[in-house]
Design a protein around this ligand. Structure first.
Ligand SMILES: Cc1cc2nc3c(=O)[nH]c(=O)nc-3n(C[C@H](O)[C@H](O)[C@H](O)COP(=O)(O)O)c2cc1C
Length: 174
């Protein structure tokens, strides 16, 4: 079997940019999860890029239900670390595939719907803690700062690991 496409889900564009860069470099077709329904068949091999909301990689579950996900890349605000991987491992079932994490960013003005509401609730909670002098986690502080000022950590260099994996995967498949 051969990887057929890059499939992604993005709310404010950071994940889309990574998926576009990856597809441009590898020559693989690129689809949103929605577009993939028409373009791909069940069981096709894919690489999936999804943004993270409260630890959950968005669209990942429907992606692995319908396709053979060979690698998944999460895109979130926080940097990769053992603590971060623990947070992802508790919220997503990542079995028999490669996992990569890429830093995205926050486009405060572009949040919509449930994500916007959830973010507002998160900000209120953090601000209350700060007002009362209560302890906040480094992640809460990072999110608070990114929300206030917007943040963009997208860079092609972060794709180095997934490019290397893809090259060796293609070589092995031949
Ligand atoms: C409500 C909400 C919850 C989030 N939760 C997390 C999280 O748990 N971990 C993380 O790393 N990033 C989290 N983020 C940050 C997003 O994953 C980040 O903004 C990502 O780059 C968005 O990608 P997109 O622009 O493709 O939609 C959260 C963002 C929002 C709005």
């Amino acid at each position: 079997m051969q990887i057929k496409a890059v499939v992604y889900q993005s709310a404010t564009g950071h994940t889309k940019r990574y998926a576009e860069m990856f597809a441009a470099k590898t020559g693989l077709p690129l689809y949103t999860l929605q577009e993939a329904k028409k373009a791909l068949s069940k069981g096709d091999e894919i690489i999936y890029f999804g943004w993270i909301l409260s630890g959950k990689i968005q669209g990942f579950e429907p992606a692995w239900t319908d396709y053979e996900v060979k690698a998944v890349a999460s895109v979130g605000l926080y940097p990769d670390s053992a603590r971060f991987r623990n947070h992802i491992g508790r919220n997503n079932i990542i079995i028999d595939m490669e996992y990569f994490h890429l830093r995205g960013g926050i486009k405060t003005g572009e949040l919509k719907g449930g994500a916007k509401i959830l973010m507002k609730i998160m900000m209120k909670t953090i601000e209350k803690k700060l007002e009362k002098g209560q302890q906040v986690t480094p992640e809460e502080l990072e999110m608070h700062d990114a929300y206030k000022n917007s943040a963009d950590f997208v860079s092609e260099e972060q794709l180095a690991g997934i490019y290397a994996w893809y090259d060796s995967y293609c070589a092995d498949a031949q």
